[in-house]
Design a protein around this ligand. Structure first.
Ligand code: CUA
Length: 365
């Protein structure tokens, strides 16, 4: 059953971008037609699943792409010259018979012209590449952030991402909402990257290069995405058994959609009288020792994702499965079934306790 679940999820997330675009466009047009509301209001759910450095959609990723083209062009020319000479030499000077063995090749040892030819141009090429790369790194690292830039703190944990918006007092996990930018009206988002345990790596190839999250150290990077949608990324440093399921979703929203999202995240959690039992079970079974739910007594742990608005997220277990009732039930019963080796233990809950907790978590919009 789990295999079925995985494959269904993979199909959903890895479907072709064009298919998603078309489906999104059709739905958006239909909804827009019905309500006569601006289509732009809704979150763009296009999944940008192709993690491709050759298709940059953000300022720093574009700069890196340009340098990589230059490096590859230079290397390509060198490859053609060296490969061409090699092929020529193999064919032209191939062994033709016993009479070849009598003749020695011309001796060119100590020829200044040849020595210079194979030392000076390679040095010049390497120096040129070093200068271009250093200038690009400097440009990206010393990019001045305007005071209005959004600031996000991302803290790597085994095996999930803590996401904090210090300017707005918002805390979430794994799904990182950022505002849309454009080449003319630039809206950069600065990311401060830290780690709570071991070294992790943050990489969303269409937005920027890799940056490490190092314990007791602060790294920064920034993005300026040019298109809305959901960008996928991965942890890039082996950090333990579930390293491969430490998935990143960066959700780029139009400014008004982003503001609406921020507002909803600032709200206190919904308290539905129907789910009081679930909240009681959540606290009684020590879930609150690791998880925070804002304003709920006994739920202020910091070892695991903040669940204040858990139901507003589209995935659970750091992207391991879609956040629906069936998966949540499996997760609460025994997280190891979906993500073997994750640090959330099987709490040996009864079916009734699982039902109550799932019902409660599903209300935390
Ligand atoms: Cu975190 Cu690999």
């Amino acid at each position: 059953m789990l295999n079925h679940l995985y494959s269904r999820y993979s199909l959903a997330t890895r479907g072709s971008g064009r298919g998603w675009l078309l489906a999104g466009f059709t739905v958006a047009t239909f909804v827009g037609f019905l309500s006569l509301a601006p289509v732009a209001r809704a979150q763009d759910s296009t999944i940008r699943a192709i993690q491709n450095i050759f298709d940059p959609l953000s300022a720093p990723a574009e700069t890196l792409y340009n340098v990589s083209l230059l490096v590859m062009a230079v290397c390509g020319v060198i490859f053609l010259i060296v490969g061409g000479l090699l092929t020529y030499a193999i064919i032209r000077y191939r062994h033709r018979g016993p009479e070849d063995d009598q003749e020695e090749p011309p001796q060119v040892y100590g020829s200044a012209a040849i020595e210079l030819a194979w030392t000076v141009p390679p040095i010049l090429i390497v120096v040129m590449l070093v200068l271009v790369t250093a200038r690009t790194i400097g440009e990206i690292q010393h990019h001045q952030m305007p005071a209005a830039a959004e600031e996000i703190r991302i803290i790597g944990h085994r095996f999930w991402w803590e996401v904090r918006y210090p300017k707005h007092d918002v805390v979430t996990a794994n799904e990182i909402h950022v505002p849309l930018s454009s080449r003319t009206n630039r809206v950069p988002t600065e990311m401060i990257l830290e780690s709570a345990d071991v070294i992790h790596g943050f990489w969303v190839p269409q937005l920027n290069g890799k940056t490490m999250l190092v314990p007791n150290y602060r790294n920064t990077m920034w993005i300026e995405p040019y298109a809305t949608g959901i960008y996928l990324g991965n942890c890039t440093v082996l950090c333990g058994p579930q390293h491969a399921n430490m998935l990143i979703r960066v959700i780029v929203d139009k400014p008004d959609v982003y503001q609406k999202w921020l507002e909803s995240q600032k709200q206190p959690p919904v308290s539905d009288p129907q789910t009081v039992e679930g909240q009681k079970q959540f606290i009684a079974n020590s879930c609150g020792t690791c998880h925070t739910i804002d304003g709920v007594r006994g739920a202020n742990g910091v070892f695991a994702p903040d669940l204040t608005h858990f139901a507003s997220r589209t995935t659970l277990g750091s992207g391991v499965a879609p956040n629906d009732e069936q998966n949540l039930r499996i997760w609460v019963q025994d997280p190891q079934r979906l993500k073997q080796g994750c640090l959330m233990p099987d709490m040996q809950l009864s079916d009734n306790q699982v039902d109550a907790i799932v019902a409660y978590l599903r209300t935390l919009k």
